[in-house]
Design a protein around this ligand. Structure first.
Ligand SMILES: [Zn+2]
Length: 450
């Protein structure tokens, strides 16, 4: 039997194991079932023939489950699977048709919190390795599993873990924790993610709100903050902070070609959000390029004064704005913070207070790297067709893997676009779990060959 046949004939076991994982709640936001789930995952790895241990950083930090199996035929190359065993809270419970931690199967679907994100994805990796071990007595290359328990709350300690266990975790390539499958059943192979800088700007003028007749004398902090924020970008979204784009390199010809070939239905997208046009009137390739490669300065929230029903004539004492900047490769969050501070100072806004919440750099694997074609070839074989996505428009903790382990990351997986991850009635599609498991088998083989 070859590994792919093994996957075909062992789907019942995969489903049972996934249901077992779903039945163990592991909500990181509430520290519910984290230890139990880590132990369960370690047990499951061992059951599949993979050595496993539970690693700890310090008290109060969720453990990482580390799995490892050395290859007899090719001990020179190592592939890592990065996944997470924690899940989002299941609330609101009343909107679930079946209990969120039941793992109920209905036809081609398994329902439950984590069914796809990320327990479903994790099980495809475990079962792919098991398929190799059971049919060949070996794995095509060394395999490592790094399965964390804080992903859904922002992976606060992944960088520290990677630093502490740098040697233990050392790998040549990382398969990311998830990958989307589009409405036409094509897996989207993601080569990168944007970075993120989240800040809060605030202005306090007086110790309390005042009668608005006093606006002739008392300065309004909302106006002040609006004036400051207006200097950050132009109406087309271009960021006006000095040197903001200095290190950024333009997209390569190859990337542009890939972006051009990506399917993107502008009209469906606009309809989804009830909008008539895109920022800066972008169309066609420009819209797709923006999703992959444009930095943003987005107002996430603006609070000041009275926003309740009817009229209230007050002059607010303070104003606050929350801003997220998406960063593109080579933008260093620390440098960008400095540039933001310098910008406000040089424009005369030294009174605007800055609070930094979160900074994470972007990561992107070069589309011409052999790792990319190894994954693409495997995906095409199993799914019939796949799509290369130069970068996701969102953010994930990919950068520390690239920076600390010096390994490129590629995301591929079984996450059906409409599988309601993070929402009630999350489900995994069994057909996609099966295809992804086979795809992972082939990826390991292709990766080991070159
Ligand atoms: Zn998630």
């Amino acid at each position: 039997m070859n590994p792919l046949h093994y996957v075909d004939s062992n789907m019942d076991n995969l489903i049972l194991d996934l249901q077992t994982l779903i039945k163990q709640p592991s909500v990181s936001a509430k520290n519910e079932g984290i230890e139990e789930c880590a132990n369960l995952v370690a047990k499951m790895l061992k059951k599949s023939g993979i050595n496993a241990e539970v690693l700890r950083l310090k008290k109060g930090v969720a453990p990482i489950v580390f799995g490892e199996i050395k290859s007899k035929q090719n001990p020179a190359k190592t592939m890592m699977f990065y996944n997470h065993y924690d899940v989002q809270p299941a609330e609101p419970f009343e909107l679930w048709v079946d209990p969120p931690f039941s793992g109920t199967r209905k036809g081609n679907k398994i329902f439950g919190r984590g069914a796809t994100d990320d327990k479903g994805e994790l099980i495809t990796r475990i079962k792919a390795v098991e398929a190799c071990l059971k049919t060949t007595g070996d794995v095509p290359c060394n395999i490592k599993f790094v399965i964390e328990g804080e992903e859904e709350t922002g992976s606060a300690h992944i960088e520290e873990y990677l630093k502490k266990y740098k040697k233990k975790f050392s790998s040549d390539g990382v398969i990311w924790e998830f990958g989307y499958v589009d409405a036409k059943n094509r897996p989207i192979i993601g080569l990168g993610m944007k970075g993120l800088l989240f800040v809060e700007l605030s202005v306090t003028e007086s110790i309390r709100d005042a009668h608005s007749s006093l606006a002739v004398l008392i300065k309004n902090p909302a106006w002040r903050l609006i004036e400051a924020v207006t200097t950050l970008r132009d109406s087309n979204g271009k960021i006006l902070i000095k040197d903001w784009y200095d290190e950024v390199t333009p997209l390569s010809k190859k990337d542009l070609k890939l972006i051009d070939s990506e399917p993107f239905d502008e009209n469906v997208f606009k309809k989804e959000f009830g909008i008539k046009s895109f920022l800066g009137n972008k169309k066609g390739l420009d819209a797709k390029k923006a999703l992959v490669g444009d930095a943003t300065c987005n107002i996430a929230g603006f609070v000041s004064g009275y926003t309740g029903d009817g009229a209230k004539t007050i002059l607010p004492g303070s104003a606050l704005v929350k801003i997220d900047f998406r960063l593109v490769p080579k933008m260093d969050p620390k440098t960008q913070v400095m540039r933001l501070k310098n910008h406000l100072k040089s424009k005369g806004f030294s009174d605007v207070k800055i609070k930094i919440f979160h900074g994470e750099a972007a990561a992107r694997t070069d589309s011409s790297s052999p790792f990319v074609s190894q994954v693409k070839e495997a995906a095409d074989k199993v799914f019939g067709k796949s799509i290369l996505n130069v970068s996701n428009a969102g953010t994930g903790p990919m950068y520390p893997f690239v920076e600390i382990l010096n390994a490129s990351c590629i995301s591929i997986g079984s996450t059906y676009m409409f599988s309601r991850i993070h929402s009630p009635n999350e489900f995994a599609r069994i057909d996609l779990l099966k295809k992804t498991t086979k795809c992972i088998c082939l990826i390991m083989q292709n990766f080991a060959k070159h």
